[in-house]
Design a protein around this ligand. Structure first.
Ligand SMILES: [Zn+2]
Ligand SMILES: [Zn+2]
Length: 373
């Protein structure tokens, strides 16, 4: 059962709801300018990388040839079954590894990277099974028929880009950047739409059952949300660009991996920061976007930017967890609280100050800066 104040907090709409149109104009201007600059500079940027790529070009072309043969040179099958199965396989490989840590708590050394400490350690098996069932339903019962129905006409419309020859490297890079921008815009606004009270209650509340999410929660949502907010923003870019099926697979795998990391509940070294979306699950009305550009423009990251989580919203380059090097305010221990309740400084020196003073007791709870254990 949810308490009333929580319920109200969940359905709260950001205060800038009235200025969405104005912010949208600003956003189109900023993103449009960025895209123009990028297109203008793309040859310079990618020329150097293309040199490196050429060395491994034949390697990737050979690998793709093997996949192409595996599907019996059937481009219809590549565009449908391949597009459904390859990203799903990558999703379960990534999340299978995360689930080992969530369920067993092993390797214990990884638990130090938990964002919301002690939440879902270990994860409740009943709740986990319920989540897995809905994830599988969304992936195969909802997405499966959609892919088989929609992919053939879309690929046909875009000139069947499912051939044996891979696209140029620099074109793949340009396309990936376009996909990221399209996803940011479509995900942000569809996500904010889902936070409108009427839609939240009926649809998005399901996804927010997890206030401290785990990786597979990325696809734990009402089927309507799965289509509107998970599939469409990710598929729109490739449809717009008429991308090669190999680029589509690459993008779907990247998108599923990054959203799994965002929901994982762990801030691991050398991976993209999951702090913003974890904060969204904890606070409900902050950080709606993927990259944070639109949240900044709309001011929907105001609380986040005044929270320690924002300081931790960077890629961790060492082994020391950011929750240790940038801790939240230390919580007073029960002993210290009891001490202050009974006017510590005026009452018994022995009971409170004993061998350890109030301030020392509090310090005991702080994780020392730069702790590396
Ligand atoms: Zn989420
Ligand atoms: Zn949400």
């Amino acid at each position: 059962m949810q308490t009333k104040p929580e319920e109200t907090r969940r359905e709260q709409v950001p205060k800038d709801g009235g200025s969405v149109l104005g912010s949208l104009k600003k956003c189109v201007f900023v993103l449009g300018s960025a895209l123009l600059c990028l297109v203008a500079a793309r040859n310079t940027i990618t020329w150097h990388v293309q040199g490196l790529w050429k060395a491994s070009d034949s390697f990737w072309q050979h690998q793709w040839g093997l996949v192409y043969d595996l599907f019996g040179e059937d481009e219809h099958l590549l565009g449908t079954l391949g597009t459904l199965l390859v990203p799903s396989l990558v999703f379960w490989l990534v999340n299978g590894s995360l689930l080992v840590v969530d369920v067993t708590g092993q390797p214990a050394a990884l638990l130090r990277y938990k964002i919301q400490e002690e939440k879902n350690v270990p994860v409740d098996p009943v709740r986990l099974w319920k989540t897995i069932k809905l994830v599988l339903f969304n992936q195969f019962i909802v997405t499966g028929p959609l892919v088989f129905l929609a992919a053939p006409p879309i690929f046909h419309w875009r000139g069947m880009p499912c051939g044996r020859e891979l696209p140029w490297f620099h074109w793949v890079v340009v396309e990936l950047i376009v996909f990221v921008l399209v996803e940011e815009v479509m995900f942000y606004y569809s996500h904010r739409l889902l936070h409108q009270p009427a839609l939240y209650k009926r649809i998005h509340k399901k996804h927010h059952e997890w206030t401290a999410p785990i990786g597979i929660v990325a696809v734990y949502s009402h089927p309507v949300e799965h289509i509107l907010s998970n599939l469409l923003p990710v598929a729109a870019g490739p449809i717009l660009m008429g991308s090669h099926v190999a680029t589509v697979w690459l993008w779907f795998c990247l998108a599923l991996t990054t959203t799994s990391i965002s929901h994982s509940g762990y801030h691991f070294p050398l991976l993209p920061s999951p702090e913003a979306h974890d904060f969204h699950h904890a606070k409900f009305n902050q950080c709606y976007g993927v990259m944070g550009v639109l949240d900044r423009l709309h001011g929907t990251d105001e609380q986040f930017r005044h929270n320690k989580a924002y300081d931790r919203h960077i890629m961790l380059l060492g082994l020391t967890p950011l929750s240790w090097s940038i801790p939240d305010k230390p919580k007073a221990s029960k002993e210290t609280l009891a001490c202050h309740k009974t006017s510590c400084h005026e009452s018994s020196q022995m009971s409170c100050h004993g061998p350890m003073s109030c301030s020392q007791t509090q310090d005991k709870n702080q994780v020392p800066m730069g702790k590396t254990e």
